[in-house]
Design a protein around this ligand. Sequence first.
Ligand SMILES: Cc1cc2nc3c(=O)[nH]c(=O)nc-3n(C[C@H](O)[C@H](O)[C@H](O)COP(=O)(O)O)c2cc1C
Length: 142
Amino acid sequence: MKKVLIVYWSGSGNTETMAKQIAKGAEDGGAEVTFKVVGEASRELVEAADALAFGSPAMGDEVLEESEMEPFIAKLSKKEIGGKALGLFGSYDWGDGQWMRDWVDRMKKLDADVVGEGIIAQLEPDKTVCDKCYELGKQLAK
Ligand SMILES: Cc1cc2nc3c(=O)[nH]c(=O)nc-3n(C[C@H](O)[C@H](O)[C@H](O)COP(=O)(O)O)c2cc1C
């Protein structure tokens, strides 16, 4: 059984809705799912997982949430995420998704096997985005 770890930060719930859909897809796909807000996550949990999904809204000026998500991501190395399937996701508002493009590039540099281009939702995720998140979860469970 695949161990899928989902770690996210969400201030107003939009990224959290996406995270829950990914968890549902991964559970339906038969994975053992660990679901954590970033404040409860650790490098050890990342290392123990077979596949990963990380979520953060665009914050600051097209960056990850700075108080918890950015420090968490900054601590990761090839040791924990290299070679692992990694789905990135998050909500934004007025930008054009630059934070997600930067995040995808950054994780690829650590040899993560990033799935697609990251899933982004303008504010609240609609059904199309929720379906994509669910499918990502199923894919991570394989
Ligand atoms: C302090 C702050 C900074 C933000 N910076 C950006 C930004 O740079 N680009 C953007 O597209 N949206 C930005 N947003 C909008 C959020 O990404 C958007 O409201 C998102 O839906 C929040 O997701 P959440 O509900 O998971 O917290 C910002 C919002 C806040 C509160």
